[in-house]
Write a protein that binds this ligand. Structure first.
Ligand SMILES: CCCCCCCCCCCCC[C@@H](O)CC(=O)SCCNC(=O)CCNC(=O)[C@H](O)C(C)(C)COP(=O)(O)OP(=O)(O)OC[C@H]1O[C@@H](n2cnc3c(N)ncnc32)[C@H](O)[C@@H]1OP(=O)(O)O
Length: 346
């Protein structure tokens, strides 16, 4: 019995080669070809290296062979030699040109990504609970800061500059409540509930709480100073946009204007806030020196006690370091937000 060469049809993708051998009911080397039952054989020297594992499936009509390329790239032709063997032809049932194959690959990747995201989302049975908790937290903070903002604005319109002097007495309770709640913003990233970095949140919350509880809260002499007005007004101005932005994020909604305000208002407000807080710290230094509040007892040899104002002077340096860290963080968040949105639009 003579050994014949079967017709072989081929097509490729970036990662693999498909061969279709025109033999029906093929067993090893034997099959039913154009010239009847015979022994068939063919050999090909590929354009580039392929992996050793080869998959093949023999059906009543043909033998399908799938070979993986060593390197995932598009080949100019199937064989190393430029001249195509006579028994070889394109498999038009599977044929795709390079750009179509790329599109097919992209569609496959997108499908896989979608399935991955869906399965990840489905895997978290507490997602609804987490979103519900975050939504409620943001709502409460939004209402709290809105109350402070509206109260201060109305009083400013009615009383003018006189309203500067009793900001603390009219709004401090609500500010205490909101800033105590804000401690959750440090805990949330630790629990993996939000993607926020732990340090930026810690700097923000600790920084504000030092001003609120230590400087304003513990020194009555500070409570009727106009600086309280500026600090509270700057804090609440950003928060009445930041919290609704988070609330919408919890229900996968976005308002462009709100997003823009959340990621832009901090540019003037943050440095102004730090300057206002620094003024409050500087104004409190002589009061701490005078009252000796929180002063650190020293051995008699070294003097009476070390005034808390020295700690606050060190804190002033930390404040500007904190400003630098958080300014950089917010700048990166802004860039990330607008870069990823631009990519989605393309
Ligand atoms: C005793 C030790 C003391 C040590 C400290 C010493 C240094 C002190 C220096 C302090 C200086 C502070 C000055 C400051 O008080 C002055 C002012 O505040 S002035 C007013 C202006 N201020 C601002 O604009 C800052 C406002 N604050 C913030 O923006 C945040 O607190 C901050 C942590 C700084 C940044 O926020 P974040 O990292 O969360 O950025 P994103 O908003 O982009 O959020 C990231 C993703 O997480 C999702 N997320 C976050 N939180 C929530 C939430 N509560 N609910 C739902 N989702 C949330 C958010 O949607 C983002 O998700 P995605 O990326 O998918 O969009």
């Amino acid at each position: 019995m003579q050994i014949l060469t079967p017709h072989v049809y081929w097509a490729q993708r970036h990662a693999e080669i498909y061969l279709r051998v025109d033999l029906s009911d093929a067993k090893v080397r034997r099959g039913h070809g154009a010239k009847g039952e015979n022994e068939y054989e063919f050999s090909l020297e590929f354009f580039e290296a392929v992996r050793p594992e080869i998959k093949h499936k023999s059906t009543q009509r043909q033998v399908d062979i799938k070979i993986k390329k060593q390197e995932e790239r598009w080949w100019d032709r199937l064989t190393l030699q430029g001249k195509k063997p006579l028994f070889l032809a394109p498999d038009f049932d599977r044929w795709l040109d390079e750009s179509d194959a790329e599109m097919e690959l992209q569609a496959k990747e997108e499908k896989i990504n979608k399935i991955n995201v869906e399965s990840r989302v489905r895997k978290d049975p507490y997602l609804g609970l987490k979103k519900g908790y975050l939504f409620m937290y943001n709502l409460v903070q939004f209402l709290g800061f809105s109350w402070i903002f509206v109260n201060m604005t109305v009083r400013l319109f009615i009383l003018g500059q006189d309203s500067f002097y009793d900001t603390f007495h009219t709004t401090a309770d609500m500010m205490y409540f909101c800033q105590m709640m804000a401690v959750l913003e440090v805990i949330n990233p630790l629990l993996g509930l939000v993607k926020t970095g732990f340090f930026p949140a810690m700097i923000q919350v600790a920084g504000r709480n030092v001003i609120l509880f230590v400087i304003f809260g513990s020194l009555e002499e500070m409570q009727n100073k106009p600086v309280v007005f500026f600090v509270f007004y700057l804090w609440s101005t950003i928060e009445i946009f930041r919290y609704p932005f988070y609330m919408l994020a919890c229900i996968s909604t976005e308002w462009k204007l709100l997003t823009w305000l959340r990621y832009s208002l901090w540019i003037p407000l943050y440095p102004l806030g730090v300057v206002a807080e620094a003024v409050a710290v500087i104004q409190s230094l002589p009061i701490f020196d005078e009252t000796r509040l929180f002063s650190f007892p020293l051995p008699a040899l070294l003097g009476h006690s070390l005034s808390f104002s020295y700690t606050l002077q060190l804190y002033l340096v930390l404040m500007f370091l904190g400003l630098f860290i958080n300014f950089r963080h917010l700048y990166k968040q802004r860039k990330r937000r607008y870069r990823s949105r631009k990519r989605k639009v393309q």
